[in-house]
Design a protein around this ligand. Structure first.
Ligand code: GN1
Ligand code: MG
Length: 365
């Protein structure tokens, strides 16, 4: 185990270190909850190690996070909601005045404030949760709608480029060193079955779908709600904030909100679209963004959902075949289970597409 205390001591934070425990359910970075005694006051912080296999230039992630959190802070100050300022994300500096510390193994570490009296869910249970979480992502998009794209780095090129993901996947299948290809036969057929989604992805180029600053990981557990009021509080996990299209953010919300199951549940028959949850999501998100989205964006939000779910299935399957090099796993076939789950969800989205489109039209005006 890392010596979290000595890493944490590099930051400009007073007090006595009490303890550090792993926190949250991210698949990529390590997140640690640190507790400090500051003159008899117990204060918590989030210590985060950036995964340098995934993020080739961690410094750029930190730069993006600093500029995005500063931009949001200014917006909050302007909107006279300064009481919520201490409940949005903020990075702390090191004693060298940097926003990151590099350890002797070249790992990058950051420290954030811990947001008190807030909750995240791994699963949506109620329509209100879906509404509030989606509204918060909508607000995030609104805050960033005037952020200059050129000032935001693309930290993972082609992150949501479906064609690239497919090309990598089919390349992998040509390589006989991967023994897991044999145990993935059914899922490989499923990649083929949904291949029509790539056509829809490619057609987006011809539409008025502008590049914006997007979150790119709008899962239900990346948004915090106020523990008491249950209202949206703030969007977290800003590592993948970069130029992208809004369809991906809408898509990842659909992917992680609508099913009653977790993304790694092997109870595939229970993986379903809950239409009432979808409606609450659409209502919440569009209540903030309806005025800023183009007609083409609004008309293709569900294409975004199909693309993201399909892409995620391919990514999990790719990682399974490659031998679990990307996502953290808790058991041997974890990535295969995740892929199967996402294919089941994609099936149900396609089945419900017409009715989801009708619902969406009520809010995307
Ligand atoms: C990863 O680490 P986490 O859980 O925030 C992944 C996302 C996936 C997600 C699937 C940088 O996010 O793209 O959608 O897992 N992040 C990266 O749950 O690849
Ligand atoms: Mg993430």
């Amino acid at each position: 185990m890392k010596d979290y205390e000595s890493i944490f001591n590099n930051f400009q934070i007073e007090g006595t270190f009490l303890n550090a425990i792993p926190f949250g359910s991210g698949h990529i970075n390590d997140t640690i909850l640190v507790t400090i005694d500051q003159s008899e006051k117990i204060i918590k912080y989030i210590l985060r190690k950036i995964n340098s296999y995934v993020f080739k230039e961690p410094k750029l992630i930190v730069e993006n996070t600093v500029s995005v959190t500063n931009h949001i802070e200014k917006k909050i100050l302007k909107s006279n909601k300064s009481e919520t300022l201490n409940r949005t994300l903020k990075l702390f500096k090191t004693k060298n005045d940097d926003f990151y510390f590099i350890d002797n193994e070249d790992n990058y570490w950051c420290v954030f404030n811990f947001i008190e009296d807030a909750i995240t869910y791994d699963n949506v249970n109620t329509e209100d949760q879906a509404f509030e979480a989606a509204k918060e992502y909508g607000k995030f998009q609104k805050y960033l709608s005037d952020f200059e794209i050129v000032k935001c780095h693309t930290t993972i090129p082609d992150f949501h480029n479906l064609s690239n993901r497919l090309a990598k996947f089919y390349n992998l299948l040509k390589n006989h060193k991967y023994k897991r290809i044999e145990s993935s036969e059914r899922e490989i057929q499923l990649v083929e079955k949904f291949r029509h989604i790539e056509k829809e992805f490619l057609q987006l180029k011809n539409l008025n779908i502008p590049l914006r600053i997007t979150h790119n990981d709008t899962k239900i557990n990346n948004v915090m709600l106020d523990e008491k009021t249950k209202k949206g509080l703030c969007v977290i996990d800003l590592d993948t904030v970069m130029p992208g299209i809004i369809l991906n953010d809408f898509g990842d919300m659909v992917r992680s909100f609508v099913s009653p199951t977790l993304e790694d549940s092997s109870d595939y028959s229970k993986v379903k679209v809950r239409l009432n949850i979808f409606e609450a999501l659409a209502n919440g998100y569009l209540s903030e963004t309806n005025n800023i989205l183009t007609k083409d964006e609004k008309e293709n939000l569900l294409v975004g959902a199909k693309i993201i779910i399909y892409e995620q299935a391919i990514r999990f399957l790719t990682d399974y075949i490659e031998g679990d090099v990307y996502y953290k796993i808790n058991f041997t076939n974890h990535n295969l289970v995740r892929a199967k789950n996402q294919f089941a969800l994609l099936d149900d989205v396609e089945l419900n597409l017409k009715i989801m489109e009708e619902i969406l039209k009520k809010y995307a005006k």
